[in-house]
Design a protein around this ligand. Structure first.
Ligand SMILES: Nc1ncnc2c1ncn2[C@@H]1O[C@H](COP(=O)(O)OP(=O)(O)OP(=O)(O)O)[C@@H](O)[C@H]1O
Ligand SMILES: [Mg+2]
Length: 175
């Protein structure tokens, strides 16, 4: 995670981050903070390379962290072992990110586009900030959250340099 923190701490939009490993790490951390190791299974990520700016990745990471935390907290009130899947896929002008659980679904009558506490409200605000759409499907087989993030128009950011020479101002630390 330290590696990602260094990338995220770079000036906004100067570095690209591959979402797959980053989101997997966020999901893994959220699960281990919230549940015992064998209470939840995190499916391996089968992501295609999906590179976004560090500032976009930061916001997406916050949303995914909240969604995974919710799945751990609410998907299996009876305490059975749960499964969570996080996906991401570049789809032309967008990046499609998914967070799925196999739990009981939202409570009856709950509308995740307007209802919820601080967590979902914040996730919706962050999605707005990304000019993304955040949608949910919910049923007896679980909740599927889908975040569709438009690619940034700018092409002026520097290319990916995970390890830049030491001493360059503002450069990433060597990996
Ligand atoms: N994956 C899920 N499965 C079932 N219910 C869910 C799921 N995610 C959210 N919910 C329901 O939606 C409600 C609102 O979620 P929200 O994240 O906004 O608030 P919270 O998790 O209760 O509190 P916090 O503000 O700390 O996040 C939850 O209380 C829960 O009832
Ligand atoms: Mg929450």
């Amino acid at each position: 995670m330290g590696h990602f923190h260094r990338l995220l701490a770079q000036p906004a939009d100067t570095h690209l981050i591959d979402l797959g490993p980053y989101l997997h790490e966020i999901a893994r951390s959220a699960i281990s903070a919230m549940s015992s190791p064998d209470a939840t299974t995190l499916d391996p990520m089968a992501c295609k390379t999906c590179e976004l700016s560090n500032s976009q990745a930061l916001l997406i990471g916050l949303i995914v962290g909240e969604l995974v935390t919710n799945s751990v907290k609410y998907a299996h009130p009876a305490g059975v072992r749960g499964r969570i899947r996080v996906t991401c896929e570049p789809t032309g002008a967008h990046s499609a990110i998914g967070v799925e659980d196999d739990g009981v679904g939202f409570p009856e009558g709950f509308d995740p586009s307007i209802d919820g506490g601080l967590g979902l409200r914040t996730a919706r605000l962050l999605a707005d900030q990304l000019r993304a759409t955040l949608t949910f499907r919910s049923g007896p087989l679980g909740v599927i959250a889908h975040l569709l993030v438009p690619a940034e128009p700018s092409t002026s950011r520097t290319q990916i340099h995970l390890a830049t020479p030491p001493g360059v101002p503002g450069s990433a630390s060597p990996v």
